[in-house]
Write a protein that binds this ligand. Structure first.
Ligand code: HEC
Length: 291
């Protein structure tokens, strides 16, 4: 009898341990990244700033957040974030050891908040095949002028001295000069650029909708709102009564107001003012209204 009772208590206890992580003992926070880094370069330190809002509203200072970066199946490293002058705001500097699609998460309060991937390309310091900048080449017209000028000098020399070297010089330069005028023959302007991996390019390579999707995660929307378009797994969404936005859409005007100044739409709203920039709001609207 006694043994049974103990067994039941034991079972209840272990069950409660299972439940605790889901409820987070009543404490949870939204992590809002300042400027979402989409790309980075090895050897170029990247500063990541973020605000921790307890229950989505109260800035939480005095924490010791860590950021963990993972290259799938390869390696992982963690950096510590330091508090800044602003309440609930932290910042960390990260230097990526190698190229790749780095996953990362910020662990500030109760649970790590997964973030959208950062594409890291080779920076100047570690580049093995750093393509030469297009500007480093003289432009085609400059080449033509130079070729003609040298050719002309050669011609004069040729005339005066009947020198063989001058003859060769002239022929080569005039040929190069002429060749650039023939359609289809172009001076190799910046061939190397074609070999650049797309990932090394700037943020304009991701669409407005994709940027909005990433912001939905990095600005902490996903902590309160379920949205199957943003991600279906890997993120923690608190059941705090915020509507599921998977199929939600609204006029850009309403959405703009809602995100710029939530209380202007509903005075007692639980939706926090996340201090989004207009560009961020535009991307979020494009994402929310996409199908
Ligand atoms: C702390 C939790 C929380 C966070 C973080 C949050 N929201 Fe909300 N949001 C809510 C709640 C709660 C509502 C429900 C209505 C209300 O209280 O005003 C809401 C309402 C909305 C609505 C209106 C839905 C409707 O049915 O009219 C949109 C759109 C929205 N949120 C988008 C976002 C976006 C985009 C972000 C991130 C930039 C975000 N929310 C971040 C809690 C949150």
């Amino acid at each position: 009898m006694l043994i049974r009772k103990r067994l039941l208590i034991g079972m209840a206890l272990s069950l409660s341990f299972l439940i605790v992580p889901v409820v987070f003992a009543g404490g949870w926070a939204v992590v809002v990244v300042d400027d979402l880094p989409v790309t980075a370069k090895t050897g170029e330190p990247l500063t990541i700033g973020f605000t921790v809002l307890q229950h989505g509203r109260t800035p939480a200072s005095g924490l010791t957040p860590t950021i963990t970066f993972t290259l799938p199946k390869e390696e992982q490293f963690t950096v510590n974030a330091e508090g800044t002058d602003k309440a609930g705001h932290y910042s960390a500097i990260v230097a990526f050891p190698r190229e790749g699609e780095w996953n990362w998460s910020i662990n500030a309060y109760s649970f790590p908040q997964a973030m959208p991937v950062i594409s890291v390309a080779a920076g100047a310091a570690t580049a093995t095949v750093q393509p030469v900048e297009a500007k480093a080449f003289p432009s085609p017209s400059l080449l033509r002028v130079a070729a003609f000028a040298i050719g002309l000098v050669g011609l004069i020399l040729l005339f005066r001295t009947k020198n063989r070297i001058a003859m060769a010089f002239t022929t080569v330069c005039l040929m190069v000069g002429f060749a650039t005028f023939i359609p289809g023959v172009t001076v190799p302007k910046a061939e190397a650029q074609n070999d650049l991996p797309v990932k090394a390019a700037d943020e304009s390579f991701i669409s407005q909708v994709e940027l909005g999707r990433r912001l939905f995660i990095a600005k902490g929307c996903i902590t309160c709102h379920v949205n199957s378009k943003a991600a279906t797994s890997g993120y923690v969404t608190i059941d705090m009564g915020a509507p599921n936005l998977s199929t939600f859409s609204a006029s850009p005007k309403t959405l703009f107001l809602r995100l710029k100044n939530p209380t202007s739409v509903k005075s007692d709203t639980q939706m926090p003012d996340l201090k989004l920039s207009e560009a961020e709001i535009e991307a979020l609207i494009a994402f929310i209204n996409s199908n």
